[in-house]
Every structure is written in C-alpha cells, then in structure tokens.
Design a protein around this ligand. Sequence first.
Ligand code: PEP
Ligand code: MG
Length: 330
Amino acid sequence: ERERLTRLRHKPAVTLDGERVELLANIELPGDGVAALAGGAEGVGLFRSEFLFMNRDGALPDEEEQYQAYRDAVTIMQGLPVTIRTVDIGSDKPLDRMSVHELRHEHTLNPAMGLRAIRWSLSDPAMFEVQLRAILRAASHGPVRLLVPMLTHLSEIRATFDALRRVRAQLMRESIPHGSVEIGAMVEVPAAALTMPIFLRYFDFVSIGTNDLIQYTLAIDRAEEAVAHLYDPWHPAVLRLIADTISQAHAAGKGISVCGEMAGDIEFTELLLGLGLRSFSMHPAQIPAIKQRILRSDSKRLRAYAAAVMSSDEPRSVGKDVSVAGAKVD
Ligand code: PEP
Ligand code: MG
C-alpha cells in the first residue's frame, strides 16, 4: 500500500483522455509544506497566512517574522509555486483575545459580514503594507503568487493594487531584494462571481473559495450547527456561480483554481472536471484520492455529465447516477 502511494505521488494527474490536472496543497504553516510534498502536491495553492497571526499574546507578527515564515514555505517547496493569501482574520478565524486588534471586533454582531479578510487588511494600511513587503521579499527566493481574500468592491481591488505599488516603490528605494508575484483574487462572495469581467481585467488568476461562496450565496453561517443541513454545495445557485467563474476565466485566458473544501472532496471531482477545472487545491491528505479519481476520469464524458448537472433541478441526484457510470470506464 505504501509503495502504491509512493508510485502515485510521482505520477502526474492526467485524465484517461489526456487532460493534465494540477493538484496543489492548502497549508496553514510553512512546515505543512513537507506534508504537501509527501502528498504529491505540485505547489501550494493556498497558504492561509492568518495562522501566523492567531493564537499569540499581544503583538502581531512583524515584517521579519512574516518574511521568514513565507521564505521558509518557499524554500520547503523547492521551486514549486507558493500561493500566499493575505490575512483572512475575522469571522470564524478570530485573533487571540489578548490582541489589541481584537478590540475592533468586540461588538460585532455578524462577524462573517463584518470587518474580515481584505476589509480588515485595508482598515489598517500600515499593517497591510508590512505583510505585502514580507511576501514580496519572500518572492526573491522562489515563485510566489499573492492571493487576496473576500474581495467584493472595485474600490478594494484598486486599494490593494495601490498598496502593492507603494510597497514595491519602498523596497526599490531601500534596495531590499524582492521578487515579482502573480496576483490573484479569491472568489468567495457572489458579487465577485457576478462581476468576473472586472476581476479578470485586474488579476492574473482567480481562486474560488467554495467554503465562503456557499456561505454567502445561501445565507448559511458555515459554523452554525442549527443550519448546517442547509449548507449545500449542490445548490444550483452555488454551482451556477462556480461554472460561470470557471468558464469566464478560461475565456479570458486567466488561471482558475478551486481552493475550498469542494476541491478535496471526491464527490465533486467529476463535476469540477466536467466544468473544465484543471487546477485543484486541497488539504495534502486528500491529494492521493483526488488524483486516483482523476486518473479514472474521461473529461469528454464528464462534460456531458456537468451539462446534465447544470440543467437539473436536483443536481445531486444526477451526480450519483453518473458517478456509477463513470466508474465503469476503467
Ligand atoms: C474558502 O472560503 O473556501 C477558503 C478556501 O477560505 P477559508 O476556508 O480559509 O475561509
Ligand atoms: Mg474563505
């Protein structure tokens, strides 16, 4: 069994009809890169940088601490791309109670819709610049992509690029080594999916965060037990937003990945392949199972399956039938 997994690790993910699929890892701390490589990841599709900011007393990580963490991730990944997401603090990922920044959240009634992620970063430009500096500096050690969470408004897109321009100018002025980065947006809010043409004009790539996209599309708190049964990735509205985002990114010639839980769930592998997705980012432990599913898939057949799913009132039931049929292919 171990031998089989080792062989699988070095095997590229290719469908039966020869479509190459990129499998990336989601990590929380630089050291997780070791598990990512062991799982056969071809890079990091989502480094959740907020884990450097959580569970600590007092001060947030300064530029040097962040730089070292991002550089460590880049070094561990040995030349494979590392996608670093700027902090996604707030909502289900609160700061430690001791932090002064926590005070800003004390009276928040609805944290998922409050000051989180890019909103939080842009509320304190000096703090945001510290993170951007650290990321650009780490990019001098290997390929880095920068990913921005929860973007909704054009003004936020512009403010993000303004901050990047300022930071690049500072680093140049100070003669501090830094690298160039591809810049991507997470698609986590329906407003972003519905205004893809705007996003695609600004960004090099987009990555769909299905965990939040489902939450905000269906108005279901992703952490609320009482409504967990209504948190449904198969909801036609969710699937429509995902399908349209993928096809618009393709039409624009931009990179498109899914980094939410759906990417690592074999229940959705065939559907995402059928919708044309060729880049999946997931927990390292999921990679072998997803790869096996891809190796047994015929992308042409799955296109027809995806079309049937998209035109069904009950997409989940189409899913079951066609999975069984798909399994017979090999
Ligand atoms: C997502 O929302 O799908 C995502 C990948 O981000 P997070 O789970 O960290 O909010
Ligand atoms: Mg998210």
